[in-house]
Design a protein around this ligand. Structure first.
Ligand SMILES: Nc1nc2c(ncn2[C@@H]2O[C@H](COP(=O)(O)OP(=O)(O)OP(=O)(O)O)[C@@H](O)[C@H]2O)c(=O)[nH]1
Ligand SMILES: [Mg+2]
Length: 711
């Protein structure tokens, strides 16, 4: 028999801006549940959650951690997530498997940019949410402002369940307007005394109690009727109504905390047990083939892998949620994605870096297993005879790119293996071997994300690497029509080489008119793999060049498009019309026409007002009002065009278009300008003409290094 059945398992994820107190709260929860006998602290680097060397070094969470507590007959799985935006992938994967989110708000700061960004993801998942206002023990805490900002950002769906009698050093009492009780804590926190609400707080507590009841009743017709009849709802009615409204994402109850002093976590856990939904109360998952997967311990087994980590000396640990059935040791499950059959030889409950072996896990629960053969994040494993595949977690696009090199030559293969492993553990990290730029690129979320990757490469893979500025993938094109001809002639001993080509080139755009003075005999439209088109016309008349040589001419043109005449970048959007030429009865061959085609194209290109295009990105920066000026100033120094500023709650969203070449180091620069109070996102917009002076410089630099490969 499992220790907890499905309805007694709750999965929560701790969310919030960096430093809001998630890891400290997780520690309180473990302590309150008796899982640990002493509360560790961030300052002493002794928390269960932040056990990783790198987290202790930096003083913040980097990876999501699975923990669990046993609390009054319930098992609460707690996933502590990192608040820094660079690690948002960890937040998204945790949200995918959690059934309730606890959003921590730092009472000194109110709603922060990180809160806002994470909120967007919770909206996508429609995760039932609780707010917990933390750090109420701090003298700068402002509970009312925090509530006001929460309502301004997230609407009146935020309902106060608790408020502090006093904030700052005197924070010892929490008034609970659901239970209509006051909790009074000793200095050391822990279990509070339950007291009646003092007279001077009655009016406020009654008012908030009424607001809470009305909010609950307004989301449920039958409760509304009861409320009208009785003028009151009892505690059970309120709890049931709250649960329904939380599942529907209609109400977000707000609680009070001082995680540092361990005040308020017990009541929060009680609320999670009693009110927050367990997995079987959430909507069933729908598989790719349209099956509805009921969260039932007696159903066919089905688990979803949301995270993997590679533990030194242990191997790959896969974290999963059981979406249906009961997973037992010895079970064989099929991986719908990779087709392998995996034997579950070990099952664990996890406590940070500690693991406890167990025999089975029921539907709704979260645990880990070791050494799966070919199963990765986002894979579904299921019982034989089924074809379940659950929708994958969608990770966000990258925000930053650098090139990576090993310090020692000859370690490229080792680096590629290390990068493969890193990517396996962290789907928000992308590795690209760019043949165009001749660099290995790492696409990631920001400078902290990159620092973690470097640490892993150096410590876990024992490789020394450096990051360098990535080259920019420029493009070349032309702005006007030009014509050129080239005769390739070579007489050497035996057979010679001869080919002559007359060519017109024009800037290509969709719907452009056909040439009226040429006789088009064949049209080839090539979608270039680097974007844009090459349109190639055969306009030869009177058999000046044999049709069999046209592919060779195209080959020559394509070769030069691949290695553009100005800077060696890819060329795009050009129409080439070959309209005349000459052949030699003996010496003409494919190679001669390829060379003639290439050289004619190159000469025409130079006369066609050639132009370098650079990649431009949409950059959105979200920041508090007082930082708008500093952020804009920095953007303008990066050749940005600021297109507008939108208000988002009490934040400003600056919308700009910025050349990729100017985005180098933006992640760390923004962090230092704003002390981590701003976030940004970037997405490719378009290729746009490079300013003339920069174009001149690039061409000059290229011509210094260019070694023309003459075919
Ligand atoms: N005064 C006060 N400080 C707190 C409280 N909770 C946490 N802190 C402190 O705030 C800092 C950040 O706490 P963490 O628990 O690491 O916050 P986090 O949300 O896990 O941070 P990230 O993992 O970086 O996202 C630490 O120095 C804590 O000691 C609190 O209730 N009151
Ligand atoms: Mg943390």
């Amino acid at each position: 028999m499992p220790e907890f059945d499905t309805s007694h398992v709750k999965n929560i994820v701790l969310l919030g801006h960096a430093g809001s107190g998630k890891t400290t709260l997780a520690e309180c929860m473990l302590f309150e549940a008796g899982i640990i006998s002493r509360r560790g602290s961030i300052a002493e680097r002794t928390t269960t959650g932040d056990y990783h060397e790198l987290e202790q070094e930096r003083g913040n969470s980097i990876f999501s951690k699975l923990l669990h507590t046993k609390w009054r007959g319930y098992k609460i799985n707690v996933i502590d997530t990192p608040g820094y935006d660079d690690f948002v992938g960890e937040v998204i994967s945790a949200l995918r498997v959690a059934d309730t989110g606890v959003m921590l708000l730092n009472a000194m700061m109110g709603v922060e940019v990180g809160t806002d960004i994470i909120w967007d993801y919770t909206e996508q998942f429609k995760t039932p949410m609780i707010f917990a206002v933390n750090k109420l023990d701090d003298d700068n805490a402002d509970f009312d402002k925090t509530v006001k900002e929460s309502k301004a950002h997230f609407g009146n769906k935020v309902v106060v369940v608790q408020y502090p009698r006093q904030v700052g050093a005197g924070f010892h009492e929490i008034i609970d307007v659901l239970r209509m009780t006051m909790y009074k804590f000793k200095d050391a926190g822990g279990k509070p005394e339950k007291l009646p609400i003092p007279d001077e707080e009655k009016a406020k507590a009654d008012e908030l109690h009424k607001e809470l009841i009305e909010a609950i009743a307004s989301n449920d017709e039958s409760l509304m009727e009861k409320y009208f009849d009785k003028g009151e709802l009892d505690e059970d009615e309120m709890k049931n109504g709250l649960k329904k409204a939380m599942i529907a994402h209609d109400l977000f109850p707000l609680f009070c905390l001082s995680a540092e002093r361990n005040m308020g976590s017990g009541r929060l856990m009680g609320f999670i047990d009693n009110v927050c939904p367990s997995a079987n109360e959430m909507a069933p998952q729908t598989t790719k083939s349209g099956d509805k997967l009921t969260c039932d311990a007696n159903g066919p087994a089905c688990i979803f892998i949301y995270k993997t980590i590679s533990e030194p000396h242990v191997g790959e640990l896969s974290f999963f949620k059981v979406y249906s059935g009961t997973v037992k040791i010895g079970m064989e499950l099929e991986n719908e994605g990779t087709g392998v059959t995996e034997k579950i030889s070990q099952l664990f409950l996890v406590e940070g870096n500690k693991r406890t072996s167990i025999h089975e896990l029921v539907a709704g629960d979260i645990g880990a297993t070791l050494k799966l053969k070919n199963t990765h994040v986002n894979n579904t494993l299921h019982a034989r005879g089924k074809n379940y595949e659950l929708p994958p977690i969608e990770f966000p696009p990258h925000n930053m790119t650098v090139a990576i090199e090993t310090l020692k030559k000859g370690e490229e293969e080792k680096l590629s293996q290390a990068m493969h492993q890193l990517r396996e553990e962290d789907p928000t990290l992308l590795v690209e071997v760019s043949t165009e730029l001749k660099q290995t690129l790492i696409h990631c979320q920001g400078d902290m994300h990159l620092a973690v990757a470097k640490w892993k490469i150096e410590h876990q893979h024992k490789l020394e690497v450096k990051f360098i500025k990535p080259k920019i993938a420029y493009r070349e094109t032309i702005r006007k029509m030009a014509e050129a001809n080239y005769r390739h002639k070579k007489q050497s001993g035996g057979s010679g080489q001869f080919g002559e080509v007359y060519m017109r080139i024009e800037p290509w755009h969709e719907g452009m008119a056909e040439p009226t003075d040429l006789n088009i005999r064949a049209r080839d439209v090539h979608d270039l793999e680097w974007g844009g088109k090459l349109v190639f016309y055969n306009c030869i008349v009177g058999g000046a060049i044999d049709t069999r040589f046209l592919p060779s001419i195209l080959k020559g043109v394509m070769e030069k498009m691949h290695n553009g005449p100005l800077t060696g970048s890819y060329a795009r959007d050009i129409r080439v019309s070959v309209y005349d030429g000459k052949m030699h009865p003996v010496d003409s061959n494919d190679i001669s026409f390829k060379i003639a085609g290439l050289q004619a194209f190159r000469q025409a290109f130079q006369q066609a007002d050639p132009q370098i295009l650079e990649p431009i990105y949409h950059v959105d920066v979200l920041c508090p009002d007082d930082l708008t000026g500093a952020v804009m100033g920095d953007l303008q120094s990066r050749r940005a065009i600021v297109e507008g500023i939108d208000s988002e709650g009490h934040f400003q969203k600056i919308l700009a278009k910025v050349p990729l070449a100017e985005m180098d180091g933006y992640s760390s620069s923004l962090r230092s300008i704003t002390q981590g109070r701003a976030k940004f996102k970037m997405n490719f917009f378009a290729y746009v003409a490079l300013p003339f002076d920069l174009q001149r410089k690039l061409i000059d630099d290229y011509s210094k290094t260019e070694k023309e490969e003459f075919v």
